[in-house]
Structure formats: structure tokens, C-alpha cells
Write a protein that binds this ligand. Structure first.
Ligand code: 5CA
Ligand code: ZN
Length: 409
């Protein structure tokens, strides 16, 4: 499917920095050294409701990853999926009495608008699960031929026991895995499975549900984890630089995906770093479509909130922390945007070369956006209190904030 339009990324003087980022699999910071083309896979939405602030915060983190790489003059090959067929989507369509394809299309269109408004750089490949089915089926068949998949009443399961590295992304113990598997789309209590954690690769057609030709697998639809593996391997290949998503994807989604890919290719690991963003809460609970405690990006926009302020509100929190959305968070961001705009609207100001380096240093160190904002705040304060004579400074600050933080002043 098509993605959304890219906003231009201004080139900055000087040298970008290599990104050090927290990798869930190794539990520490890793310095990534991508080739001339950095490869990024970010798990996309399940389009049964509108983009909320939690989604936007996660996509903001990976937009920063792209911007750091682009600043090093690398190209970025960015792939994102859309889980446009899955249980929650079908259940919501059924509940609301709407066609599931229409629901997915409508919410995906709104997501594109939100991403464009927030100046998130688009993926080169934005791929729906449905359009990926012809690539998924042969992978499931191969896993079965390798002895890593088995059939249960027509459904096909992956055997986690087939991957010697299983557990290497999340490092959770079996009890924690079982709990999270039940919470996050798995079926650990289904009788007949070899291991309760084994995830479904292919679900045999159910009455009243959509299904596709699965070749030797029979009619059905794909499991969730194999969807992202098929799309990532097709467009990026093994050993890509970053797989990203919110922290709720570390297990089971990224763990299982890594296992599928490792068994399929005999290579390890699928991604050089597994990067996870913290969860955004509202009223003390994780914002989630299933709970319904949501602040929608589109609703804020319709209410007249400048998307640049929404972006600044996201950037004010470190991507790895869990945080709470409040009206005050938004008010602070609106104030900051006003201060910054006033500061760059003058014909001159304090020199900003050092500021550009501070922003670069902050982002290169595990995407420390709050430190980057604090550096810009200090420049704006100096503009207020002392002013300056550098006529190039306001333009340089505008370009740096745009290029590195995705905020249009
Ligand atoms: N389609 C799958 C990924 S393949 C999926 O998880 N879709 S989603 O719509 O549920 O979530 C999209 C992204 O937003 C995921 O990376 C998820 O981890 C992230 N996300 C969901 N809720 C929150 C939240 N409250 N805070 C931060 N990120 C969130
Ligand atoms: Zn995914």
C-alpha cells in the first residue's frame, strides 16, 4: 500500500553522530554501525481505531532513529507493516457492524494523515498483512518442512523448541512468557500444543471470517509474528539494523519473530538491535485500544492543536520511559513551541553552532530528546536575555530543530 508524503529534511553543517541505542536483547547500549544504507523495521498499527498518543510516541522514537542516521549522510531503508487482518480488527468490525476491510482502510488513511501532520518520515515500504500473504505461505511451508512447525486441527503452529536462541530477545522466564502470551494474542491454554508458548503461523479458515488460499496449508489467514518476519525478510533481509516497537512487543511478538527468522535462515540475530519504546498512559493506565482510554492525534488536530506542539509533547519524554499524558504536558509543549518560534523569528541571535552539536550528542546517546529540548531551551533563553549578532543563527536553529527533531518552527 502507499505510505504518506515525506517532509524535507534540511542538511546541517558539520558531522552527524553514530547512534548508541538500548538493545533489549543484550540489555545494554549498542553502537550501531550501519552501512551506507541503514535498515529499519518498525511494527505498524492494527488499524481498528485511530492513532493515539501512545502510537505516536512510539513512531516518534523511530523517526528520531531515522533522523540521526540521515544526519550521518546515510540513506535509510525503512519498512513498516499494517496488520490489516487480525482478531482485534475482525472483532471490532463485527461489534460495530462494519465491513472489516472498510474499517482497516479508513483507520489506515487516518494514520497516514496523522503521521504526515506530525512530520514522521514515511517508510519506503508500507506493507499490509493481506498483501503479504503470498510471501507468508511459503515461509510457513518451509518451517513445516524443517520440522519447526506442526498442525493442530488444521491450524499450523511454530515450535519454539526449534530455535536454540529462543528467549534471546526478552530473556523472560517461562512463567512470565506464559502470562504475556495469554495477554497478547497467544493461546497457551489450548490443548494439544507441544509447548504452551508455541504461536500460530497459519490459522485454518473459520466460518464467517475472511480466508485466503494457503497452498498446501489450506485456506486460512496468517499468524501475527510471521507477518512481520515475511515483510522484513522480503524487504530488508536478515541482520538488519533495528527492529522497533513499543515495549509490549518485546514478548511475544519480537521474540517469536526472531525465532521464526532464525530457524528459517539459520542466521542469528534477525535484527542487530531490538529497540522498545515505553508505554504512554492516561489516567494511570496504559493507553490502549482495548481499554478505550485514548487521546487521539486526529482529535487534537481537529481541536486546533498545532501538530508541532504534539510532537514537542512527545519529545519531552525519553522514549524508553513510561509516562502519562495530561493536559499539562500539552500546555507545556504549546508554551515551548511559542518560545522557540519567537526566538527564531528575530533577524539575529546567539551563535548556534554549539547547539547543533548538543542536539546531535543528545540524540546519539540513546535518543535523549529531553536533553535536546533543554539545549534548545537554553539557546532560546539566551536569545531572550542577551540576544546576539549572529544573523545565521535563527535559520540554523530552525533547520536543526526540523532536521533532527522533526519540529517545524
Ligand atoms: N500491528 C501490531 C504490530 S505488528 C501492533 O502492535 N499494532 S498496535 O496498533 O497495537 O500498536 C502499534 C504500535 O504502537 C506498537 O509498536 C505498540 O507497541 C505501540 N503502542 C501501543 N500502545 C502504546 C502505548 N500506550 N504507548 C506507547 N506505544 C504504544
Ligand atoms: Zn510487528
Amino acid at each position: 500500500m502507499h505510505a504518506w508524503p515525506a517532509s524535507e529534511v534540511p542538511a546541517l553543517p558539520g558531522q552527524g553522530r553514530d547512534l548508541r541505542i538500548h538493545d533489549t536483547a543484550t540489555g545494554g547500549l549498542v553502537t550501531l554501525a550501519p552501512g551506507p544504507v541503514a535498515r529499519l523495521y518498525v511494527c505498524g498499527i492494527t488499524p481498528y481505531d485511530a492513532t493515539h498518543i501512545g502510537h505516536a510516541a512510539t513512531y516518534n522514537a523511530f523517526d528520531l532513529v531515522q533522523r540521526v542516521w540521515l544526519d550521518t549522510k546515510r540513506q535509510v531503508h525503512y519498512v513498516q507493516n499494517v496488520t490489516d487482518v487480525d482478531d482485534p480488527l475482525l472483532e471490532r468490525a463485527e461489534r460495530d457492524g462494519v465491513d472489516w476491510t472498510a474499517l482497516a482502510e479508513q483507520e489506515t488513511a487516518l494514520f497516514r494523515e496523522d503521521m504526515t501532520a506530525l512530520r514522521m518520515l514515511p517508510p519506503q515500504h508500507f506493507v499490509g498483512a493481506v498483501e503479504a500473504i503470498p510471501g507468508i505461505v511459503p515461509l510457513v511451508e518451509r518451517l513445516r518442512d524443517l520440522g519447526a512447525a506442526y498442525e493442530l486441527e488444521g491450524d499450523v503452529y511454530f515450535s519454539v523448541g526449534a530455535d536454540p536462541h529462543f528467549g534471546g530477545v526478552s530473556h523472560l522466564d517461562a512463567a512470565a512468557m506464559r502470562l504475556l502470551s495469554a495477554e497478547r494474542g497467544g493461546d497457551p491454554d489450548r490443548p494439544g500444543k507441544k509447548n504452551p508458548l508455541d504461536p500460530m503461523l497459519w490459522m485454518a479458515a473459520r466460518d464467517g471470517e475472511p480466508s485466503w488460499d494457503g497452498g498446501s496449508l489450506g485456506r486460512g489467514r496468517p499468524g501475527w509474528h510471521i507477518e512481520c518476519v515475511a515483510i522484513a525478510l522480503d524487504h530488508l533481509g536478515m541482520g538488519f539494523d533495528v527492529q522497533g516497537g513499543g515495549s509490549d512487543l518485546a514478548f511475544p511478538h519480537h521474540e517469536m519473530g526472531a525465532s521464526h527468522a532464525q530457524v528459517l535462515t539459520g542466521e542469528f540475530p534477525m535484527a542487530k538491535a531490538y529497540v522498545h519504546a515505553g508505554m504512554v498512559a492516561l489516567d494511570g493506565e496504559k493507553m490502549s485500544k482495548s481499554r478505550g482510554n485514548l487521546v487521539f492525534v486526529s482529535r487534537l488536530r481537529r481541536g486546533g492543536v498545532d501538530p508541532a506542539a504534539v510532537r514537542l509533547a512527545l519529545l519531552a519524554h525519553h522514549y524508553r520511559s513510561d509516562w502519562e499524558w495530561t493536559d499539562q504536558v500539552l500546555r507545556d509543549a504549546v508554551d515551548r513551541l511559542g518560545r522557540w518560534r519567537a526566538a527564531v523569528s528575530r533577524p539575529d541571535g546567539p551563535g548556534a553552532d554549539a547547539l547543533v552539536e548538543e542536539i546531535r550528542d543528545a540524540l546519539a546517546h540513546d535518543l535523549d530528546a529531553p536533553a535536546a529540548l533543554a539545549a534548545v531551551d537554553r539557546w532560546a533563553d539566551r536569545q531572550d536575555t542577551e540576544g546576539g549578532t549572529d544573523t545565521g543563527a535563527p535559520g540554523l536553529v530552525t533547520r536543526a530543530v526540523d532536521a533532527l527533531l522533526g519540529v517545524a518552527l
